[in-house]
Write a protein that binds this ligand. Structure first.
Ligand SMILES: Cc1cc2nc3c(=O)[nH]c(=O)nc-3n(C[C@H](O)[C@H](O)[C@H](O)COP(=O)(O)O)c2cc1C
Length: 353
Protein backbone atom coordinates (compact mmCIF):
# COMPACT_ATOMS: atom_id res chain seq x y z
CA UNK A 1 0.00 0.00 0.00
CA UNK A 2 1.56 3.28 -1.07
CA UNK A 3 1.34 6.11 1.44
CA UNK A 4 2.61 4.30 4.55
CA UNK A 5 5.96 6.12 4.69
CA UNK A 6 6.73 9.52 6.20
CA UNK A 7 9.80 11.74 6.56
CA UNK A 8 12.79 13.01 4.57
CA UNK A 9 15.91 11.92 6.49
CA UNK A 10 14.18 10.34 9.48
CA UNK A 11 11.84 8.01 7.61
CA UNK A 12 9.15 5.90 9.20
CA UNK A 13 7.11 3.10 7.62
CA UNK A 14 4.16 1.73 9.57
CA UNK A 15 2.55 -1.65 8.93
CA UNK A 16 -0.33 -3.79 10.21
CA UNK A 17 -4.10 -3.76 10.39
CA UNK A 18 -6.48 -3.31 13.31
CA UNK A 19 -7.47 -6.98 13.51
CA UNK A 20 -4.38 -8.57 11.92
CA UNK A 21 -1.56 -10.16 13.89
CA UNK A 22 0.36 -7.01 14.80
CA UNK A 23 1.10 -3.37 14.04
CA UNK A 24 4.56 -1.87 13.91
CA UNK A 25 7.01 0.65 12.56
CA UNK A 26 10.43 0.71 10.94
CA UNK A 27 12.44 3.89 11.56
CA UNK A 28 15.36 4.61 9.27
CA UNK A 29 17.79 7.53 9.47
CA UNK A 30 18.20 7.59 13.26
CA UNK A 31 21.60 8.79 14.43
CA UNK A 32 23.71 6.01 16.00
CA UNK A 33 24.46 6.03 19.72
CA UNK A 34 21.06 7.17 21.07
CA UNK A 35 20.12 5.41 24.30
CA UNK A 36 16.77 3.69 23.76
CA UNK A 37 14.94 1.15 25.91
CA UNK A 38 11.61 -0.63 25.66
CA UNK A 39 10.32 0.75 29.04
CA UNK A 40 10.71 4.40 27.96
CA UNK A 41 8.82 3.75 24.72
CA UNK A 42 6.25 1.75 26.67
CA UNK A 43 5.46 4.81 28.81
CA UNK A 44 4.23 6.61 25.66
CA UNK A 45 2.35 3.54 24.45
CA UNK A 46 0.48 3.40 27.75
CA UNK A 47 -0.81 6.95 27.18
CA UNK A 48 -2.29 6.05 23.78
CA UNK A 49 -3.67 2.62 24.55
CA UNK A 50 -7.41 2.05 24.60
CA UNK A 51 -9.61 1.20 27.59
CA UNK A 52 -8.43 4.00 29.88
CA UNK A 53 -11.80 5.56 30.70
CA UNK A 54 -15.54 5.45 29.97
CA UNK A 55 -15.05 7.74 26.99
CA UNK A 56 -12.44 5.66 25.20
CA UNK A 57 -13.01 2.36 23.41
CA UNK A 58 -13.28 -0.61 25.81
CA UNK A 59 -10.96 -2.62 23.51
CA UNK A 60 -8.30 -3.47 26.06
CA UNK A 61 -4.79 -4.49 25.05
CA UNK A 62 -1.51 -4.37 26.96
CA UNK A 63 0.16 -2.79 23.89
CA UNK A 64 3.53 -4.20 24.88
CA UNK A 65 6.19 -2.77 22.59
CA UNK A 66 9.02 -4.96 21.35
CA UNK A 67 12.18 -3.61 19.75
CA UNK A 68 13.16 -6.08 17.00
CA UNK A 69 16.25 -4.46 15.52
CA UNK A 70 18.50 -1.41 15.38
CA UNK A 71 19.49 -1.33 19.06
CA UNK A 72 22.60 -2.99 20.49
CA UNK A 73 23.59 -2.78 24.15
CA UNK A 74 20.92 -0.13 24.71
CA UNK A 75 22.01 2.20 21.90
CA UNK A 76 20.81 2.79 18.36
CA UNK A 77 23.23 1.37 15.84
CA UNK A 78 22.17 3.56 12.89
CA UNK A 79 20.45 0.54 11.28
CA UNK A 80 16.66 0.47 10.88
CA UNK A 81 14.92 0.41 14.26
CA UNK A 82 11.92 -1.95 14.03
CA UNK A 83 9.25 -2.01 16.73
CA UNK A 84 6.14 -4.14 16.96
CA UNK A 85 2.97 -4.58 19.05
CA UNK A 86 0.82 -7.71 18.88
CA UNK A 87 -2.94 -7.36 18.44
CA UNK A 88 -4.21 -9.49 21.30
CA UNK A 89 -7.82 -8.36 21.76
CA UNK A 90 -9.29 -8.66 18.28
CA UNK A 91 -12.98 -9.43 17.69
CA UNK A 92 -13.38 -9.58 13.91
CA UNK A 93 -16.85 -11.15 14.33
CA UNK A 94 -18.08 -7.70 15.47
CA UNK A 95 -17.61 -6.60 11.89
CA UNK A 96 -19.27 -9.53 9.99
CA UNK A 97 -22.35 -7.44 9.49
CA UNK A 98 -20.47 -4.65 7.72
CA UNK A 99 -18.36 -6.81 5.38
CA UNK A 100 -20.64 -5.85 2.50
CA UNK A 101 -21.88 -2.45 3.76
CA UNK A 102 -20.11 0.90 3.74
CA UNK A 103 -20.14 2.61 7.14
CA UNK A 104 -20.83 6.36 6.78
CA UNK A 105 -17.82 8.46 7.80
CA UNK A 106 -15.43 5.50 7.50
CA UNK A 107 -12.94 4.75 4.75
CA UNK A 108 -14.94 1.66 3.64
CA UNK A 109 -16.38 3.08 0.39
CA UNK A 110 -13.15 4.83 -0.63
CA UNK A 111 -10.86 1.80 0.07
CA UNK A 112 -13.26 -0.43 -1.87
CA UNK A 113 -13.20 1.97 -4.83
CA UNK A 114 -9.42 2.31 -4.75
CA UNK A 115 -8.36 -1.33 -4.20
CA UNK A 116 -11.41 -3.32 -5.28
CA UNK A 117 -11.36 -5.05 -1.87
CA UNK A 118 -10.81 -4.09 1.75
CA UNK A 119 -9.95 -5.56 5.14
CA UNK A 120 -13.25 -4.77 6.88
CA UNK A 121 -12.14 -6.10 10.28
CA UNK A 122 -12.09 -3.00 12.51
CA UNK A 123 -11.24 -0.65 9.59
CA UNK A 124 -8.02 -2.49 8.68
CA UNK A 125 -5.30 0.05 7.86
CA UNK A 126 -7.64 3.03 8.38
CA UNK A 127 -8.06 2.13 12.06
CA UNK A 128 -6.82 4.27 14.93
CA UNK A 129 -4.79 1.18 15.84
CA UNK A 130 -2.24 2.12 13.14
CA UNK A 131 -1.37 5.20 15.19
CA UNK A 132 0.11 2.98 17.94
CA UNK A 133 3.08 2.49 15.61
CA UNK A 134 3.45 6.26 15.18
CA UNK A 135 3.44 6.77 18.94
CA UNK A 136 6.29 4.25 19.31
CA UNK A 137 8.35 6.09 16.68
CA UNK A 138 7.36 9.45 18.15
CA UNK A 139 8.70 8.39 21.56
CA UNK A 140 12.17 8.01 20.03
CA UNK A 141 12.01 11.40 18.26
CA UNK A 142 10.66 13.04 21.39
CA UNK A 143 13.58 11.78 23.43
CA UNK A 144 16.06 13.12 20.87
CA UNK A 145 14.35 16.53 20.96
CA UNK A 146 14.10 16.55 24.77
CA UNK A 147 17.90 16.24 24.93
CA UNK A 148 17.97 19.51 22.94
CA UNK A 149 15.57 21.20 25.38
CA UNK A 150 12.45 20.87 23.21
CA UNK A 151 9.20 20.01 25.00
CA UNK A 152 6.02 18.97 23.18
CA UNK A 153 2.65 19.09 24.94
CA UNK A 154 -0.81 18.46 23.50
CA UNK A 155 -4.22 18.54 25.17
CA UNK A 156 -7.94 18.58 24.43
CA UNK A 157 -9.02 22.21 24.08
CA UNK A 158 -12.67 21.46 23.25
CA UNK A 159 -14.98 18.46 23.04
CA UNK A 160 -18.69 18.07 22.34
CA UNK A 161 -18.99 21.85 21.87
CA UNK A 162 -17.53 22.67 25.31
CA UNK A 163 -14.36 24.78 25.23
CA UNK A 164 -11.66 25.00 27.92
CA UNK A 165 -11.53 28.46 29.47
CA UNK A 166 -8.46 28.06 31.65
CA UNK A 167 -5.13 26.32 31.13
CA UNK A 168 -3.79 24.01 33.83
CA UNK A 169 -1.06 21.69 32.52
CA UNK A 170 -1.24 19.62 35.71
CA UNK A 171 -4.82 18.54 35.07
CA UNK A 172 -4.34 17.25 31.49
CA UNK A 173 -3.35 13.69 32.42
CA UNK A 174 -5.86 13.58 35.29
CA UNK A 175 -9.17 13.72 33.45
CA UNK A 176 -10.71 11.31 30.94
CA UNK A 177 -10.78 13.92 28.17
CA UNK A 178 -7.16 15.11 28.60
CA UNK A 179 -8.59 18.63 28.80
CA UNK A 180 -6.59 21.53 30.23
CA UNK A 181 -9.48 22.88 32.33
CA UNK A 182 -10.86 20.58 35.07
CA UNK A 183 -14.27 22.32 35.15
CA UNK A 184 -14.70 22.08 31.39
CA UNK A 185 -13.53 18.45 31.49
CA UNK A 186 -16.42 17.55 33.84
CA UNK A 187 -18.95 19.19 31.52
CA UNK A 188 -17.40 17.45 28.49
CA UNK A 189 -17.64 14.08 30.23
CA UNK A 190 -21.30 14.69 31.09
CA UNK A 191 -22.12 15.75 27.53
CA UNK A 192 -20.20 12.88 25.91
CA UNK A 193 -21.87 10.37 28.25
CA UNK A 194 -25.31 11.72 27.28
CA UNK A 195 -24.41 11.41 23.60
CA UNK A 196 -23.11 7.85 24.08
CA UNK A 197 -26.37 6.85 25.71
CA UNK A 198 -28.18 8.05 22.58
CA UNK A 199 -25.81 6.03 20.35
CA UNK A 200 -24.13 9.27 19.25
CA UNK A 201 -20.54 10.60 19.26
CA UNK A 202 -18.72 13.94 19.56
CA UNK A 203 -15.80 15.82 18.00
CA UNK A 204 -13.45 18.41 19.42
CA UNK A 205 -10.18 20.33 19.17
CA UNK A 206 -6.69 19.14 20.15
CA UNK A 207 -4.14 21.89 20.79
CA UNK A 208 -0.36 21.49 20.82
CA UNK A 209 2.46 23.68 22.09
CA UNK A 210 6.18 23.15 21.47
CA UNK A 211 8.54 25.07 23.72
CA UNK A 212 12.32 25.31 23.59
CA UNK A 213 12.54 25.32 19.79
CA UNK A 214 15.43 27.48 18.56
CA UNK A 215 14.77 30.25 16.01
CA UNK A 216 15.75 29.45 12.43
CA UNK A 217 14.50 25.86 12.14
CA UNK A 218 12.62 24.89 9.01
CA UNK A 219 12.78 25.47 5.29
CA UNK A 220 11.05 27.99 3.05
CA UNK A 221 8.71 27.53 0.10
CA UNK A 222 7.45 23.93 -0.29
CA UNK A 223 8.90 22.54 2.93
CA UNK A 224 7.64 25.27 5.27
CA UNK A 225 7.48 24.08 8.86
CA UNK A 226 3.70 24.59 9.02
CA UNK A 227 3.30 22.68 5.74
CA UNK A 228 5.29 19.72 7.14
CA UNK A 229 3.44 19.80 10.46
CA UNK A 230 0.15 20.12 8.61
CA UNK A 231 0.98 17.02 6.58
CA UNK A 232 1.92 15.05 9.69
CA UNK A 233 -1.11 16.08 11.74
CA UNK A 234 -3.66 15.88 8.91
CA UNK A 235 -2.47 12.31 8.26
CA UNK A 236 -4.00 11.27 11.60
CA UNK A 237 -7.43 9.65 11.15
CA UNK A 238 -10.36 11.93 12.07
CA UNK A 239 -8.28 15.18 11.95
CA UNK A 240 -10.03 17.55 9.56
CA UNK A 241 -8.19 20.83 9.96
CA UNK A 242 -5.20 22.58 11.48
CA UNK A 243 -4.53 26.22 12.34
CA UNK A 244 -1.33 27.88 13.58
CA UNK A 245 -1.25 30.72 16.10
CA UNK A 246 -4.23 33.04 15.56
CA UNK A 247 -5.22 30.67 12.73
CA UNK A 248 -8.53 31.32 11.00
CA UNK A 249 -9.18 34.20 13.40
CA UNK A 250 -6.35 36.05 11.56
CA UNK A 251 -8.80 36.57 8.71
CA UNK A 252 -10.83 38.93 10.96
CA UNK A 253 -7.85 40.85 12.37
CA UNK A 254 -6.15 44.01 11.11
CA UNK A 255 -2.45 44.05 10.26
CA UNK A 256 -1.58 45.95 13.42
CA UNK A 257 -3.55 43.49 15.54
CA UNK A 258 -1.98 40.45 13.92
CA UNK A 259 1.66 41.54 13.50
CA UNK A 260 3.92 40.31 16.29
CA UNK A 261 5.91 43.45 17.13
CA UNK A 262 9.44 43.10 18.46
CA UNK A 263 11.55 45.05 20.94
CA UNK A 264 14.90 44.44 22.60
CA UNK A 265 13.29 41.69 24.71
CA UNK A 266 12.03 39.86 21.62
CA UNK A 267 8.48 39.35 20.31
CA UNK A 268 5.60 41.10 22.06
CA UNK A 269 2.91 38.66 20.93
CA UNK A 270 2.67 35.32 19.14
CA UNK A 271 -0.13 35.45 16.60
CA UNK A 272 2.16 33.66 14.15
CA UNK A 273 2.20 30.57 16.38
CA UNK A 274 5.99 30.45 16.34
CA UNK A 275 6.51 30.18 12.55
CA UNK A 276 7.07 32.91 9.95
CA UNK A 277 8.08 32.17 6.36
CA UNK A 278 8.08 28.47 7.21
CA UNK A 279 10.88 28.96 9.76
CA UNK A 280 10.65 28.92 13.56
CA UNK A 281 10.80 32.26 15.39
CA UNK A 282 12.03 30.77 18.65
CA UNK A 283 8.71 31.51 20.35
CA UNK A 284 6.42 28.66 21.36
CA UNK A 285 5.11 26.83 18.33
CA UNK A 286 1.33 26.56 18.71
CA UNK A 287 -1.36 24.89 16.63
CA UNK A 288 -4.87 23.47 16.96
CA UNK A 289 -6.33 20.49 15.13
CA UNK A 290 -10.05 19.94 14.50
CA UNK A 291 -11.19 16.36 15.24
CA UNK A 292 -14.40 15.12 13.68
CA UNK A 293 -17.04 13.23 15.70
CA UNK A 294 -16.36 9.47 15.78
CA UNK A 295 -17.92 7.87 12.71
CA UNK A 296 -18.90 4.63 14.46
CA UNK A 297 -22.22 5.28 16.13
CA UNK A 298 -24.92 2.83 17.18
CA UNK A 299 -27.57 5.18 15.84
CA UNK A 300 -29.15 3.53 12.72
CA UNK A 301 -28.05 5.14 9.43
CA UNK A 302 -28.72 4.69 5.74
CA UNK A 303 -25.94 3.54 3.41
CA UNK A 304 -25.07 1.48 0.34
CA UNK A 305 -23.96 -2.15 0.14
CA UNK A 306 -21.48 -3.73 -2.28
CA UNK A 307 -24.29 -4.27 -4.79
CA UNK A 308 -25.15 -0.56 -4.69
CA UNK A 309 -28.44 -1.14 -2.85
CA UNK A 310 -29.77 1.19 -0.13
CA UNK A 311 -29.52 -0.54 3.26
CA UNK A 312 -29.65 0.32 6.96
CA UNK A 313 -26.56 0.04 9.14
CA UNK A 314 -25.83 0.09 12.87
CA UNK A 315 -22.14 0.07 13.75
CA UNK A 316 -21.14 -2.53 16.30
CA UNK A 317 -17.71 -3.10 17.82
CA UNK A 318 -15.79 -1.09 20.40
CA UNK A 319 -15.30 2.59 19.69
CA UNK A 320 -14.20 5.90 21.14
CA UNK A 321 -17.28 8.13 21.58
CA UNK A 322 -14.90 11.10 21.30
CA UNK A 323 -11.44 10.57 19.82
CA UNK A 324 -9.67 13.67 21.20
CA UNK A 325 -8.09 12.14 24.33
CA UNK A 326 -6.60 9.33 22.24
CA UNK A 327 -5.41 11.71 19.53
CA UNK A 328 -3.45 13.82 22.03
CA UNK A 329 -0.43 11.43 22.20
CA UNK A 330 -0.62 10.85 18.44
CA UNK A 331 -0.43 14.61 17.74
CA UNK A 332 2.59 14.81 20.04
CA UNK A 333 4.20 11.87 18.23
CA UNK A 334 3.67 13.31 14.73
CA UNK A 335 4.94 16.70 15.91
CA UNK A 336 8.10 15.10 17.31
CA UNK A 337 8.69 13.12 14.11
CA UNK A 338 8.32 16.23 11.91
CA UNK A 339 10.55 18.38 14.10
CA UNK A 340 13.34 15.81 14.41
CA UNK A 341 13.22 15.16 10.67
CA UNK A 342 13.39 18.88 9.83
CA UNK A 343 16.25 19.31 12.30
CA UNK A 344 18.21 16.49 10.61
CA UNK A 345 17.46 18.03 7.18
CA UNK A 346 18.75 21.36 8.42
CA UNK A 347 21.95 19.78 9.77
CA UNK A 348 22.49 18.11 6.40
CA UNK A 349 21.81 21.26 4.36
CA UNK A 350 21.94 24.71 5.99
CA UNK A 351 24.40 23.41 8.57
CA UNK A 352 23.08 25.63 11.38
CA UNK A 353 21.48 24.52 14.72
C1 LIG B 1 -6.35 7.02 18.09
C2 LIG B 1 -7.52 6.95 17.16
C3 LIG B 1 -8.66 6.24 17.53
C4 LIG B 1 -9.77 6.18 16.68
N1 LIG B 1 -10.88 5.48 17.10
C5 LIG B 1 -11.98 5.44 16.30
C6 LIG B 1 -13.15 4.73 16.70
O1 LIG B 1 -13.19 4.11 17.78
N2 LIG B 1 -14.22 4.73 15.86
C7 LIG B 1 -14.22 5.41 14.66
O2 LIG B 1 -15.23 5.43 13.96
N3 LIG B 1 -13.13 6.08 14.25
C8 LIG B 1 -12.01 6.11 15.03
N4 LIG B 1 -10.90 6.79 14.60
C9 LIG B 1 -10.96 7.56 13.34
C10 LIG B 1 -10.85 6.74 12.10
O3 LIG B 1 -9.63 6.07 12.07
C11 LIG B 1 -11.02 7.66 10.88
O4 LIG B 1 -12.11 8.51 11.05
C12 LIG B 1 -11.24 6.86 9.61
O5 LIG B 1 -10.09 6.13 9.30
C13 LIG B 1 -11.57 7.76 8.38
O6 LIG B 1 -10.51 8.65 8.14
P1 LIG B 1 -10.72 10.23 8.15
O7 LIG B 1 -11.64 10.53 9.31
O8 LIG B 1 -9.36 10.79 8.41
O9 LIG B 1 -11.31 10.62 6.83
C14 LIG B 1 -9.75 6.85 15.43
C15 LIG B 1 -8.60 7.55 15.05
C16 LIG B 1 -7.49 7.62 15.91
C17 LIG B 1 -6.29 8.40 15.46
Amino acid sequence: MAGSQFGTILKISTFGESHGKAVGVIMDGLPPGMEISEPEIQAEMDRRKPGQSNVTTPRSEPDTIRILSGVFQGRTTGSPLAMMLSNTNTRPEDYNDIADKFRPGHADFTYQKKYGLRDWRGSGRASGRETAARVAAGAVARKWLADKGVKILAWTAAAAGIHCETFDEGCIEHNALRACDAGAAEKMLERVTELMEKGESAGGIVACRVSGLPPGLGDPVFDKLEAELGRGVLSIGAVRGIEFGAGFHAADMTGSEHNDEMDSEGFRSNNAGGIVGGISTGQDLFFRAAVKPTSSISHPQTTQNLKGETVQIVTRGRHDPVICPRIVPVVEAMTALVLMDRWLVQQATAGRL
